[in-house]
Design a protein around this ligand. Structure first.
Ligand SMILES: Cc1cc2nc3c(=O)[nH]c(=O)nc-3n(C[C@H](O)[C@H](O)[C@H](O)COP(=O)(O)OP(=O)(O)OC[C@H]3O[C@@H](n4cnc5c(N)ncnc54)[C@H](O)[C@@H]3O)c2cc1C
Length: 408
């Protein structure tokens, strides 16, 4: 594998380049030009999903290929590129990556082999999947999850009851990864993840939520009313759960929590999304600022505008390096220690908000009207410091690590 080309100043191998060019070409042609249309209509971009599946750009094999590069470069740069093109459509395509990551992080090899392909469907009939953790009373406070899973030893089945809120792809998925409490006294240490498939009696879609940004991505409620699933739908299996629960009951650290394992796997991915949105805003504002003239010179030549652009370029570059570093650590070791995932998620999410806000400012009045995309991108960016753990929660995690105190 010879080193053949640079992306953002980074050397890439031929394999990495091939994957990334596929992503870049597809997104430039099929995603960026359609962003505004889907943002306005708030429709799920099913036609783009189907096309991406036909182009081998949406499948479990593609997902595994992205995440099998231990340098982290392929996954980090591919996610950046998708969200650079249009965040709403990108999440409609990449939303399945979150439950898929939950299956990989929590499932047995047999479960991964069985459920991962089903999350994505086939090239002819692509499907999406959802990760269902949040509830009306359990957003930041995941330990407060009320959805309950009860085991029946005789039939080796679990019965699940609860209502999940704000779920990406909730109500339109083929596979749902549902986080439920199996022992409410143990709070987050008494939770487990289950596979529930579309069509299971008792599983239904609640409200489809009308959103400020990321409007091409479907967000809805998921209702589980006496949903019965076979024992082998418990991710990780019953033996592993029993061992984890007994450690928790003895008050020993188990090191494994169903939702936390997923968040550890996905926080750096949200950071990569932030880098993509920030870069889109930066490039758009830069290209505008070198052409638009006021007071007889390009606005980019006015020092205050130039400074905004210089700050954006610097922070995007450093955020990208942080994401790649986190991706490399996670994909080569399966872990992110020292709050590394929280740090990059927090930094890149806030950067996306700041960069899109400053891009609007650089465009002036043009930035505020929908003929230009930067106001939409700002609306999109505002989600990043909220989902997959708010910025405040990330700071609690980081502060706990750096002080050794329990900060909540
Ligand atoms: C578009 C969208 C898609 C989503 N997709 C999914 C999904 O696919 N699956 C899923 O499970 N969830 C999903 N979510 C839910 C998301 O993860 C939660 O909204 C998020 O975790 C925050 O929870 P909350 O909204 O209940 O806010 P709250 O927890 O009520 O927080 C409100 C405010 O209080 C602050 N706060 C709360 N506790 C503390 C504390 N201890 N210290 C300091 N500040 C605190 C928060 O930072 C925030 O500013 C999605 C949400 C949205 C909006």
């Amino acid at each position: 594998m010879s080193i053949s080309e640079k992306w953002h100043g980074l050397d890439l191998t031929e394999d990495q380049l091939e994957m990334l060019n596929l992503v870049r070409d597809f997104c430039a042609k099929e995603v960026r030009p359609k962003g505004a249309q889907y943002h306005l209509s708030q429709e799920t971009p099913t036609a783009i999903l189907k096309k991406s599946a036909q182009c081998d750009f949406y499948s479990s094999d593609f997902f595994l290929q992205l995440f099998s590069d231990p340098t982290g470069l392929t996954a980090a740069l591919a996610i950046e590129e998708m969200f650079y093109s249009d965040a709403g459509i990108a999440l409609a395509l990449f939303g399945t990556g979150l439950p898929a990551s939950a299956i990989v992080a929590n499932g047995t090899p047999k479960q991964i082999e069985k459920w991962l392909p089903r999350c994505f469907g086939t090239a002819k009939d692509p499907k999406v999947a959802a990760f269902c953790c949040s509830e009306a009373e359990a957003g930041s406070d995941v330990s407060n999850i009320r959805t309950r899973a009860v085991y029946d030893e005789k039939s080796d089945t679990w019965t699940i009851n609860g209502i999940k809120h704000w779920i990406t792809n909730g109500g339109i998925s083929d596979v749902y990864v549902v986080v439920a409490s199996v022992d409410p006294e143990l709070k987050s240490r008494g939770q487990a993840s289950f596979i529930v498939t579309d069509g299971t009696p008792g599983l239904s879609a609640g409200r489809h939520l009308d959103k400020h940004g990321f409007r091409a991505s479907h967000t809805g409620e998921v209702i589980l009313d006496n949903v019965v699933v076979p024992g082998d739908h418990l991710l990780g299996g019953k033996d592993r759960l029993d061992k984890r629960l007994s450690r928790a009951r003895r008050n020993e650290s188990s090191g494994e929590q169903a939702a936390m394992a997923t968040f550890e796997a996905t926080r750096w991915m949200v950071a990569a999304m932030g880098v993509g949105i920030a870069r889109a805003a930066f490039e758009y504002a830069r290209d505008y600022a070198v052409v638009r003239e006021q007071f007889g010179k390009p606005i980019a030549a006015h020092q205050q505008v130039a400074e905004l652009l210089a700050d954006m370029a610097t922070e995007i570059h450093l955020a990208r390096l942080g994401v790649i570093n986190a991706a490399q650590t996670y994909l080569s070791t399966g872990k992110l220690d020292r709050a590394q995932g929280s740090m990059v998620k927090y930094f890149a999410s806030e950067l996306a908000v700041k960069a899109t806000r400053n891009a609007m400012q650089i465009l002036g009045g043009a930035g505020y009207v929908n003929e230009h995309p930067v106001a939409q991108w700002h609306a999109d960016a505002l989600l990043l410091p909220i989902f997959e753990g708010t910025s405040q929660i990330q700071k609690n995690v980081i502060a706990s690590v750096v002080t050794g105190l329990r900060i909540r």
